[in-house]
Design a protein around this ligand. Structure first.
Ligand SMILES: *[C@@H]1O[C@H](CO)[C@@H](O)[C@H](O)[C@H]1NC(C)=O
Ligand SMILES: *[C@@H]1O[C@H](CO)[C@@H](O)[C@H](O)[C@H]1NC(C)=O
Ligand SMILES: *[C@@H]1O[C@H](CO)[C@@H](O)[C@H](O)[C@H]1NC(C)=O
Ligand SMILES: *[C@@H]1O[C@H](CO)[C@@H](O)[C@H](O)[C@H]1NC(C)=O
Ligand SMILES: *[C@@H]1O[C@H](CO)[C@@H](O)[C@H](O)[C@H]1NC(C)=O
Ligand SMILES: *[C@@H]1O[C@H](CO)[C@@H](O)[C@H](O)[C@H]1NC(C)=O
Ligand SMILES: *[C@@H]1O[C@H](CO)[C@@H](O)[C@H](O)[C@H]1NC(C)=O
Ligand SMILES: *[C@@H]1O[C@H](CO)[C@@H](O)[C@H](O)[C@H]1NC(C)=O
Ligand SMILES: *[C@@H]1O[C@H](CO)[C@@H](O)[C@H](O)[C@H]1NC(C)=O
Ligand SMILES: [Ca+2]
Length: 539
């Protein structure tokens, strides 16, 4: 075991130290109260501005629909001016936007994103950004709470959700940043995962001038098809009384069997599949023998069929009625979590909401009605161009922008197979092989990471404040992006840390360097697999 302190010395590269732009607000309390009345911008009303000192808990509105956001009540990491705004985005839509402006400012601007279908400002991400001295903004994505019902009969709210909330937050956020500090920001960044990952790619595709560096995780790109795919599992499992349903215990059997078949492909049986793409899992070995009277530790043929469907790509038809891929298969490895998410015998709420309120405008539609016709309809309607699948991102490249894309290889919500598909799509569309695409867009596969965080792998990569380790003692993707943008030092690998029981104070369990796609991690020294040096990135 290595202590976090020792770890700091193990880490490659130092954290960017471009302190030339560092500046201090001299009378922050006064500046903060005056910005409330002096800031003027079209369609913006400042609700309040309050100066908060480091260590003080922030008070967050959790009333009404906002109660579903389950905002963590936490302390702000640094002295800052918190500005809350109301911004009109059309005659029938609006966002709430917060800008947290640290007293000790690096000159950097950061925008954060959202998750799922929400409707929830990610305060922990905003706080995380300020802890590194970014002037950081986050918005509510055009509605309050986790439900999609705000989309019903209001396409402007869908526009906010697809792209306008983040873009508006950037325009207004940069303006208030410059008004507050009285000088221009130096560089502009983005950090988001899941829906936040999709929002980041949307910006890269549609507003290439908003950011210099974009860090996106597990992006929900191919959004309509993702929503259909997310609903498909309920069709396969049925409810919990169906013959096709597997209990969590059965999924645990499947998980063990997957490890048996695939864990060693990467060179070591450590409970982590470095590259689930290589796992052609066959559940036939779990099938009960015809004579078995006790089926508690084997699968019926109906259950085997369910497992096969779950790990198969989801196909439908295109406009010419030819067979077409809707979404790639769920990657093997996330079954223990998915037994309680996609495989729990319940309709998936985001799928149901998206179809009810954004696609069909039929609040009575049920996820059990889903089929390839509805999938094709959603793909065709593509409200507010939410698909976020544009393959040509040359405008972002040409202005010098950089993208760091990561995806957990044990993601229980968005299959990790979708990310290489998008990377390859960009590569083909732009005619750039990985060796050239890597100049401005790098994709890292994080083995053993669940959806955006958590999991059995070395998943702490500085992607958010969610983990226990938020300081520089890790291969911090946000600060690696700063190095790339400001010093031209592109990350070769992304270093991840696994803390004992995911608790930094208990020390480091292991450290692993995650490879840049299309390379994959191979263990070359299985006896020392917890050491980064036991691994090699290979093609
Ligand atoms: C701040 O919030 C934390 C976490 O909810 C809580 O434990 C603590 O008592 C709060 N502190 C104050 C001063 O309210
Ligand atoms: C904000 O937009 C919602 C629709 O999403 C609307 O119901 C509400 O009245 C708007 N608020 C204001 C103050 O315009
Ligand atoms: C401001 O932050 C920088 C590091 O980002 C630090 O070196 C400096 O001491 C800080 N200044 C003050 C007055 O806290
Ligand atoms: C969301 O909640 C905020 C209060 O925090 C409120 O000002 C705003 O109008 C709400 N937005 C919508 C669209 O209802
Ligand atoms: C099956 O699902 C029903 C309805 O959701 C639920 O009430 C029941 O507790 C579930 N049974 C088991 C064994 O999980
Ligand atoms: C079925 O087998 C499991 C172990 O595989 C055992 O725990 C359980 O008691 C058995 N049930 C019956 C009815 O024999
Ligand atoms: C598409 O194929 C289905 C069944 O294969 C058929 O029923 C349907 O009429 C076809 N639609 C078109 C537009 O060709
Ligand atoms: C979405 O699914 C349709 C079939 O319904 C397919 O034609 C289309 O290519 C898919 N889009 C993406 C981005 O995969
Ligand atoms: C880690 O968690 C496990 C299970 O909760 C517990 O048994 C173990 O003692 C914990 N380890 C440490 C070092 O706290
Ligand atoms: Ca392994």
């Amino acid at each position: 075991m290595v202590s976090p302190k020792t770890l700091a010395h193990l880490l490659l590269g130092s954290i960017a130290g471009n302190v030339s732009a560092q500046q201090l607000v001299l009378h922050p309390q006064k500046a903060c109260s005056s910005i409330a009345s002096s800031f003027s911008h079209p369609d913006v009303t400042v609700n309040f501005a309050s100066y908060i000192t480091a260590g003080t808990n922030v008070s967050i509105d959790q009333s009404g629909d906002l109660s579903t956001c389950m905002h963590p009540a936490g302390a702000v990491p640094v002295d800052l001016c918190r500005v809350a705004m109301f911004v009109k985005t059309s005659g029938i839509s609006n966002i709430t936007l917060e800008a947290w402006l640290p007293t000790n400012w690096t000159g950097r601007f950061l925008s954060t994103g959202n998750g799922g279908l929400s409707g929830c400002i990610q305060y922990d991400d905003i706080a995380y950004g300020t802890s590194y001295g970014f002037a950081t903004v986050g918005a509510n994505n055009g509605h309050n709470g986790t439900s999609g019902d705000a989309f019903y009969m209001n396409s402007e709210v869908v526009e906010d959700f697809s792209w306008r909330s983040v873009h508006t937050g950037v325009v207004v956020g940069k303006a208030i940043t410059e008004a507050y500090y009285g000088s221009d920001y130096m560089k502009s960044y983005y950090l988001g995962c899941s829906t936040g990952g999709r929002q980041g790619f949307k910006e890269v595709q549609q507003f290439p001038h908003d950011f210099d560096g974009v860090v996106v995780g597990a992006p929900a790109v191919g959004f309509n098809n993702l929503s259909s795919w997310s609903g498909s599992f309920y069709l396969y499992t049925g409810d919990n009384s169906s013959a096709t349903f597997l209990s969590p215990d059965k999924w645990a059997l499947v998980h063990q069997d997957i490890l048996k078949q695939c864990d060693s492909i990467d060179g070591v049986a450590d409970g982590i599949l470095e590259d689930p793409e290589l796992c052609a899992y066959n559940p036939v070995t779990l099938q009960c023998s015809p004579s078995a009277s006790n089926t508690s530790s084997c699968l019926t043929s109906a259950q085997v069929a369910t497992v096969r469907k779950v790990f198969s790509p989801y196909y439908g038809t295109d406009s010419a009625n030819n067979s077409a891929l809707i979404f790639p298969r769920m990657q093997p490895g996330s079954e223990l979590a998915d037994a309680f998410i996609y495989y729990n015998g319940q309709p998936f709420p985001y799928t149901e909401d998206w179809f009810r309120y954004a696609i069909l405008e039929d609040p009575d539609w049920k996820a059990s009605q889903l089929n390839s016709y509805y999938a094709a309809l959603a793909n065709m309607k593509n409200p507010a161009n939410i698909e976020t699948w544009q393959g040509d991102i040359s405008a972002f490249k040409n202005k010098g922008g950089k993208v760091l894309h990561y995806h957990g290889q044990a993601d229980s919500i968005i299959t990790s197979s979708n990310s290489p598909r998008y990377y390859d799509h960009v590569s083909q569309t732009m005619g750039l092989p990985p060796s050239e695409l890597d100049d401005f867009y790098r994709f890292f596969r994080i083995a053993g990471m669940d959806h955006c965080s958590g999991g059995v792998g070395a998943w702490e990569i500085g992607q958010s404040a969610e983990g226990d380790a938020t300081d520089e003692s890790q291969g911090n993707v946000l600060m690696r992006m700063v190095e790339w943008v400001e010093q031209g030092e592109a990350p070769e690998t992304v270093r991840g840390v696994k803390f004992v029981n995911d608790t930094a104070s208990l020390g480091v369990d292991f450290v692993r360097d995650h490879c840049r796609y299309p390379m994959r991690n191979k263990c070359v020294d299985p006896d020392n697999y917890k050491e980064p040096s036991a691994w090699k990135c290979v093609l």
